[in-house]
Design a protein around this ligand. Structure first.
Ligand SMILES: Nc1ncnc2c1ncn2[C@@H]1O[C@H](COP(=O)(O)OP(=O)(O)OP(=O)(O)O)[C@@H](O)[C@H]1O
Ligand SMILES: Nc1nc2c(c(=O)[nH]1)N=C(CO)CN2
Length: 307
Protein backbone atom coordinates (compact mmCIF):
# COMPACT_ATOMS: atom_id res chain seq x y z
CA UNK A 1 0.00 0.00 0.00
CA UNK A 2 1.37 3.43 -0.79
CA UNK A 3 0.29 6.82 0.42
CA UNK A 4 -0.68 9.94 -1.44
CA UNK A 5 -0.32 13.39 0.11
CA UNK A 6 -2.08 16.36 -1.48
CA UNK A 7 -1.29 20.03 -0.85
CA UNK A 8 -3.87 22.33 -2.38
CA UNK A 9 -3.87 26.08 -2.93
CA UNK A 10 -0.27 26.92 -1.98
CA UNK A 11 0.02 30.55 -2.98
CA UNK A 12 2.62 33.25 -3.27
CA UNK A 13 3.31 36.38 -5.19
CA UNK A 14 5.76 35.67 -8.00
CA UNK A 15 7.22 37.50 -10.98
CA UNK A 16 7.01 34.81 -13.64
CA UNK A 17 5.86 35.75 -17.11
CA UNK A 18 6.94 36.70 -20.57
CA UNK A 19 5.86 40.35 -20.34
CA UNK A 20 8.11 42.97 -18.76
CA UNK A 21 5.10 44.23 -16.79
CA UNK A 22 4.64 40.78 -15.23
CA UNK A 23 8.31 40.64 -14.28
CA UNK A 24 8.03 44.05 -12.68
CA UNK A 25 4.71 43.99 -10.86
CA UNK A 26 4.31 40.34 -9.93
CA UNK A 27 1.05 38.49 -9.39
CA UNK A 28 -0.41 35.58 -7.47
CA UNK A 29 0.62 32.03 -8.40
CA UNK A 30 -1.07 29.00 -6.88
CA UNK A 31 0.18 25.41 -6.81
CA UNK A 32 -1.53 22.12 -6.06
CA UNK A 33 0.92 19.32 -5.42
CA UNK A 34 0.29 15.61 -5.10
CA UNK A 35 3.04 13.44 -3.60
CA UNK A 36 2.94 9.70 -4.27
CA UNK A 37 5.12 8.05 -1.68
CA UNK A 38 7.24 4.98 -2.28
CA UNK A 39 5.72 1.71 -1.03
CA UNK A 40 6.62 1.25 2.60
CA UNK A 41 6.86 4.95 3.41
CA UNK A 42 4.86 5.98 6.49
CA UNK A 43 4.77 2.34 7.56
CA UNK A 44 5.37 3.51 11.12
CA UNK A 45 3.70 6.43 12.87
CA UNK A 46 6.89 8.47 12.74
CA UNK A 47 7.44 11.65 10.77
CA UNK A 48 10.90 10.41 9.77
CA UNK A 49 9.33 7.54 7.80
CA UNK A 50 7.48 9.91 5.49
CA UNK A 51 7.82 13.42 4.13
CA UNK A 52 7.03 16.47 6.22
CA UNK A 53 4.34 18.21 4.15
CA UNK A 54 5.06 21.50 5.90
CA UNK A 55 8.61 21.42 4.53
CA UNK A 56 7.36 20.58 1.06
CA UNK A 57 4.84 23.44 1.24
CA UNK A 58 7.60 25.89 2.13
CA UNK A 59 9.80 24.67 -0.71
CA UNK A 60 6.95 25.03 -3.21
CA UNK A 61 6.08 28.54 -2.03
CA UNK A 62 9.78 29.39 -2.26
CA UNK A 63 9.73 28.43 -5.93
CA UNK A 64 6.49 30.32 -6.66
CA UNK A 65 7.99 33.42 -5.07
CA UNK A 66 11.49 32.69 -6.32
CA UNK A 67 13.60 33.36 -9.37
CA UNK A 68 11.33 34.57 -12.18
CA UNK A 69 10.99 32.46 -15.32
CA UNK A 70 8.90 33.01 -18.42
CA UNK A 71 6.55 30.03 -18.34
CA UNK A 72 4.29 28.43 -15.77
CA UNK A 73 5.44 25.15 -17.34
CA UNK A 74 8.94 25.95 -16.05
CA UNK A 75 7.57 26.81 -12.61
CA UNK A 76 5.79 23.44 -12.55
CA UNK A 77 8.98 21.63 -13.60
CA UNK A 78 10.92 23.38 -10.84
CA UNK A 79 8.34 22.38 -8.29
CA UNK A 80 8.39 18.75 -9.48
CA UNK A 81 12.19 18.67 -9.42
CA UNK A 82 12.28 20.08 -5.90
CA UNK A 83 9.61 17.73 -4.60
CA UNK A 84 11.34 14.66 -6.04
CA UNK A 85 14.37 15.50 -3.93
CA UNK A 86 12.60 13.91 -1.00
CA UNK A 87 13.68 10.27 -1.25
CA UNK A 88 10.25 8.97 -0.19
CA UNK A 89 8.47 10.80 -3.01
CA UNK A 90 8.18 8.46 -5.96
CA UNK A 91 6.00 10.59 -8.23
CA UNK A 92 4.39 13.97 -8.14
CA UNK A 93 1.58 15.79 -9.88
CA UNK A 94 1.90 19.54 -9.97
CA UNK A 95 -0.66 22.08 -11.11
CA UNK A 96 0.41 25.73 -11.33
CA UNK A 97 -2.39 28.30 -11.63
CA UNK A 98 -2.01 31.88 -12.79
CA UNK A 99 -5.48 33.36 -12.24
CA UNK A 100 -4.44 36.96 -13.01
CA UNK A 101 -2.61 36.15 -16.24
CA UNK A 102 -2.69 38.94 -18.84
CA UNK A 103 -5.45 37.53 -21.04
CA UNK A 104 -7.63 40.02 -22.90
CA UNK A 105 -10.94 38.17 -22.42
CA UNK A 106 -12.80 37.29 -19.23
CA UNK A 107 -11.53 34.09 -17.66
CA UNK A 108 -11.38 32.36 -14.32
CA UNK A 109 -8.03 30.64 -14.32
CA UNK A 110 -5.22 29.36 -16.49
CA UNK A 111 -3.10 26.48 -15.27
CA UNK A 112 -0.62 23.84 -16.34
CA UNK A 113 -0.51 20.30 -14.97
CA UNK A 114 2.40 17.88 -15.07
CA UNK A 115 3.17 14.48 -13.62
CA UNK A 116 6.77 13.51 -13.02
CA UNK A 117 8.12 10.23 -11.72
CA UNK A 118 11.51 9.64 -10.27
CA UNK A 119 12.50 7.23 -13.04
CA UNK A 120 11.48 9.50 -15.92
CA UNK A 121 12.82 12.66 -14.34
CA UNK A 122 16.20 11.30 -13.50
CA UNK A 123 18.29 10.84 -16.59
CA UNK A 124 21.92 11.18 -15.70
CA UNK A 125 24.23 8.57 -14.25
CA UNK A 126 23.45 9.67 -10.72
CA UNK A 127 19.74 9.34 -11.36
CA UNK A 128 18.98 5.71 -11.84
CA UNK A 129 15.40 4.78 -10.97
CA UNK A 130 15.02 3.89 -7.36
CA UNK A 131 12.40 1.79 -5.66
CA UNK A 132 11.60 1.92 -2.00
CA UNK A 133 14.35 3.42 0.10
CA UNK A 134 17.24 1.62 -1.53
CA UNK A 135 19.65 1.26 -3.10
CA UNK A 136 21.02 4.69 -2.35
CA UNK A 137 22.27 6.42 -5.51
CA UNK A 138 26.00 6.29 -6.19
CA UNK A 139 27.79 9.52 -5.29
CA UNK A 140 29.15 11.24 -8.39
CA UNK A 141 32.17 13.58 -8.25
CA UNK A 142 31.35 17.25 -8.80
CA UNK A 143 33.37 20.35 -9.53
CA UNK A 144 31.60 23.68 -8.93
CA UNK A 145 32.91 27.11 -9.73
CA UNK A 146 31.91 30.04 -7.54
CA UNK A 147 32.15 33.67 -8.60
CA UNK A 148 30.95 37.04 -7.35
CA UNK A 149 31.69 40.66 -8.24
CA UNK A 150 28.92 42.59 -6.48
CA UNK A 151 28.39 43.20 -2.77
CA UNK A 152 30.67 41.63 -0.18
CA UNK A 153 31.90 38.92 -2.53
CA UNK A 154 34.24 37.27 -0.05
CA UNK A 155 31.55 36.95 2.63
CA UNK A 156 29.10 35.62 0.04
CA UNK A 157 31.48 32.92 -1.19
CA UNK A 158 32.34 31.93 2.39
CA UNK A 159 28.63 31.62 3.21
CA UNK A 160 28.02 29.59 0.07
CA UNK A 161 30.72 27.08 1.01
CA UNK A 162 29.06 26.73 4.41
CA UNK A 163 25.64 26.27 2.83
CA UNK A 164 26.93 23.67 0.39
CA UNK A 165 28.46 21.78 3.32
CA UNK A 166 24.95 21.55 4.80
CA UNK A 167 23.16 20.79 1.54
CA UNK A 168 21.37 17.46 1.56
CA UNK A 169 22.80 15.19 -1.14
CA UNK A 170 25.99 17.21 -1.54
CA UNK A 171 29.30 16.37 0.12
CA UNK A 172 32.20 18.82 -0.21
CA UNK A 173 35.73 17.53 0.03
CA UNK A 174 37.84 20.43 -1.26
CA UNK A 175 37.82 24.21 -1.38
CA UNK A 176 40.38 25.96 -3.61
CA UNK A 177 42.34 29.06 -2.67
CA UNK A 178 40.47 32.29 -3.30
CA UNK A 179 41.45 34.32 -6.38
CA UNK A 180 40.78 37.86 -7.48
CA UNK A 181 40.28 37.87 -11.26
CA UNK A 182 39.61 40.48 -13.92
CA UNK A 183 36.06 40.21 -15.25
CA UNK A 184 36.00 38.27 -18.51
CA UNK A 185 33.48 40.11 -20.67
CA UNK A 186 32.32 40.26 -24.24
CA UNK A 187 33.66 43.10 -26.35
CA UNK A 188 30.53 45.26 -26.19
CA UNK A 189 30.28 45.14 -22.38
CA UNK A 190 31.19 47.98 -20.03
CA UNK A 191 33.92 47.41 -17.45
CA UNK A 192 32.94 45.57 -14.25
CA UNK A 193 34.49 45.17 -10.82
CA UNK A 194 36.98 42.33 -10.41
CA UNK A 195 35.55 38.96 -9.47
CA UNK A 196 36.42 36.74 -6.57
CA UNK A 197 36.53 33.14 -7.80
CA UNK A 198 37.03 29.74 -6.25
CA UNK A 199 36.31 26.12 -7.03
CA UNK A 200 34.88 23.47 -4.74
CA UNK A 201 34.99 19.72 -5.31
CA UNK A 202 33.07 16.88 -3.76
CA UNK A 203 30.35 14.39 -4.60
CA UNK A 204 26.60 14.41 -4.95
CA UNK A 205 23.82 11.89 -4.91
CA UNK A 206 21.52 14.42 -6.57
CA UNK A 207 20.82 14.16 -10.27
CA UNK A 208 22.19 16.87 -12.57
CA UNK A 209 18.97 18.87 -12.79
CA UNK A 210 18.24 18.60 -9.11
CA UNK A 211 21.75 19.78 -8.33
CA UNK A 212 21.29 22.75 -10.69
CA UNK A 213 17.93 23.66 -9.10
CA UNK A 214 19.53 23.52 -5.68
CA UNK A 215 22.47 25.74 -6.77
CA UNK A 216 20.10 28.23 -8.38
CA UNK A 217 18.15 28.45 -5.14
CA UNK A 218 21.37 29.30 -3.32
CA UNK A 219 22.19 31.92 -5.99
CA UNK A 220 18.75 33.41 -5.60
CA UNK A 221 18.98 33.51 -1.82
CA UNK A 222 22.17 35.56 -2.27
CA UNK A 223 20.41 38.15 -4.35
CA UNK A 224 21.33 36.82 -7.80
CA UNK A 225 19.06 38.32 -10.44
CA UNK A 226 19.48 37.36 -14.08
CA UNK A 227 19.34 40.45 -16.26
CA UNK A 228 22.30 40.98 -18.60
CA UNK A 229 24.29 38.11 -20.11
CA UNK A 230 27.59 38.03 -18.20
CA UNK A 231 26.28 40.91 -16.10
CA UNK A 232 27.88 41.73 -12.76
CA UNK A 233 26.47 39.45 -10.09
CA UNK A 234 26.30 38.87 -6.36
CA UNK A 235 26.83 35.15 -6.95
CA UNK A 236 27.34 32.67 -9.75
CA UNK A 237 27.63 28.94 -9.22
CA UNK A 238 28.43 26.87 -12.30
CA UNK A 239 28.61 23.12 -12.57
CA UNK A 240 32.00 22.66 -14.19
CA UNK A 241 31.82 18.88 -14.32
CA UNK A 242 29.82 16.04 -12.87
CA UNK A 243 31.82 12.79 -13.06
CA UNK A 244 32.39 12.10 -16.73
CA UNK A 245 28.82 12.95 -17.73
CA UNK A 246 28.71 14.63 -21.14
CA UNK A 247 25.41 16.18 -22.11
CA UNK A 248 24.48 19.01 -24.46
CA UNK A 249 21.22 19.93 -22.70
CA UNK A 250 21.19 23.78 -22.69
CA UNK A 251 19.57 23.77 -19.24
CA UNK A 252 22.63 21.99 -17.93
CA UNK A 253 25.53 21.42 -20.31
CA UNK A 254 28.17 19.08 -18.94
CA UNK A 255 31.03 19.71 -18.71
CA UNK A 256 30.40 23.47 -18.61
CA UNK A 257 30.80 24.60 -22.23
CA UNK A 258 33.20 27.46 -21.47
CA UNK A 259 35.16 26.06 -18.52
CA UNK A 260 38.03 24.78 -20.69
CA UNK A 261 38.91 28.37 -21.68
CA UNK A 262 38.54 30.09 -18.30
CA UNK A 263 41.57 30.49 -16.07
CA UNK A 264 39.24 31.86 -13.39
CA UNK A 265 37.82 28.33 -13.17
CA UNK A 266 40.80 26.19 -14.17
CA UNK A 267 43.53 27.84 -12.08
CA UNK A 268 41.69 27.46 -8.72
CA UNK A 269 40.76 23.89 -9.67
CA UNK A 270 44.39 23.06 -10.53
CA UNK A 271 45.58 24.54 -7.21
CA UNK A 272 43.12 22.28 -5.42
CA UNK A 273 43.91 19.20 -7.49
CA UNK A 274 47.07 19.50 -9.63
CA UNK A 275 46.30 16.18 -11.37
CA UNK A 276 42.70 17.06 -12.26
CA UNK A 277 41.49 16.35 -15.78
CA UNK A 278 38.54 18.16 -17.37
CA UNK A 279 36.40 15.61 -19.24
CA UNK A 280 34.63 16.24 -22.54
CA UNK A 281 35.54 17.23 -26.07
CA UNK A 282 37.55 20.30 -25.00
CA UNK A 283 38.94 18.61 -21.91
CA UNK A 284 42.47 17.81 -20.82
CA UNK A 285 44.81 18.32 -17.87
CA UNK A 286 43.38 21.25 -15.95
CA UNK A 287 46.76 22.77 -15.04
CA UNK A 288 47.75 22.87 -18.74
CA UNK A 289 44.41 24.31 -19.83
CA UNK A 290 44.73 26.97 -17.09
CA UNK A 291 48.16 28.02 -18.33
CA UNK A 292 46.95 28.50 -21.89
CA UNK A 293 43.57 30.13 -21.14
CA UNK A 294 43.26 33.70 -22.50
CA UNK A 295 42.74 35.16 -19.01
CA UNK A 296 45.62 33.24 -17.34
CA UNK A 297 47.51 36.44 -16.44
CA UNK A 298 44.49 38.19 -14.94
CA UNK A 299 44.44 36.36 -11.65
CA UNK A 300 45.84 37.13 -8.21
CA UNK A 301 45.72 34.70 -5.27
CA UNK A 302 44.13 36.22 -2.18
CA UNK A 303 43.98 33.46 0.41
CA UNK A 304 44.66 29.75 0.86
CA UNK A 305 42.32 29.17 3.81
CA UNK A 306 39.31 31.41 3.56
CA UNK A 307 36.19 29.26 4.04
N1 LIG B 1 27.13 23.63 -16.51
C1 LIG B 1 26.27 24.57 -16.21
N2 LIG B 1 26.30 25.18 -14.99
C2 LIG B 1 25.41 26.15 -14.66
N3 LIG B 1 24.41 26.57 -15.47
C3 LIG B 1 24.33 25.99 -16.69
C4 LIG B 1 25.24 24.99 -17.11
N4 LIG B 1 24.89 24.59 -18.37
C5 LIG B 1 23.85 25.30 -18.72
N5 LIG B 1 23.48 26.17 -17.73
C6 LIG B 1 22.36 27.07 -17.86
O1 LIG B 1 22.84 28.36 -18.09
C7 LIG B 1 21.86 29.27 -17.65
C8 LIG B 1 22.47 30.64 -17.46
O2 LIG B 1 23.37 30.56 -16.40
P1 LIG B 1 24.09 31.84 -15.87
O3 LIG B 1 23.13 32.99 -15.80
O4 LIG B 1 24.81 31.45 -14.59
O5 LIG B 1 25.11 32.11 -17.06
P2 LIG B 1 26.32 33.01 -16.94
O6 LIG B 1 27.04 32.67 -15.66
O7 LIG B 1 25.92 34.44 -17.12
O8 LIG B 1 27.22 32.58 -18.17
P3 LIG B 1 28.20 31.36 -18.27
O9 LIG B 1 27.35 30.13 -18.47
O10 LIG B 1 29.04 31.72 -19.46
O11 LIG B 1 29.02 31.27 -16.99
C9 LIG B 1 21.32 28.66 -16.39
O12 LIG B 1 19.99 29.03 -16.13
C10 LIG B 1 21.46 27.16 -16.63
O13 LIG B 1 20.21 26.57 -16.96
N1 LIG C 1 36.77 36.86 -13.89
C1 LIG C 1 35.55 36.38 -14.11
N2 LIG C 1 34.87 36.75 -15.20
C2 LIG C 1 33.64 36.24 -15.43
C3 LIG C 1 33.04 35.35 -14.54
C4 LIG C 1 33.78 35.00 -13.37
O1 LIG C 1 33.29 34.21 -12.51
N3 LIG C 1 35.01 35.52 -13.19
N4 LIG C 1 31.81 34.85 -14.79
C5 LIG C 1 31.19 35.15 -15.91
C6 LIG C 1 29.90 34.52 -16.21
O2 LIG C 1 29.70 33.40 -15.51
C7 LIG C 1 31.69 36.11 -16.86
N5 LIG C 1 32.97 36.59 -16.55
Amino acid sequence: MSHRITLTGLRAEGHHGVLASERESGQIFIADVVLDLVPGAAATDELSSTVNYAEVAEAVVGILAGEPVDLIETVAERVATAVLQWPVVQATEVVVHKPRAPIAVEFTDVSVAIRRERASQELGRAERPRSGYSPAPEPVPIVLSLGANLGDARATLRDVVRELRHELGVHLSGVSPLARTKAVLSEDQEAQPDYLNAVVTGTTTLGPRTLLACLQQIEHAHGRRRAEHWGARTLDIDVVAMGDIEQGDPTLTLPHPRAHARAFVLAPWARLDPEAVLPGPHGGPVAELAASAPDHADLEWLAEEWA
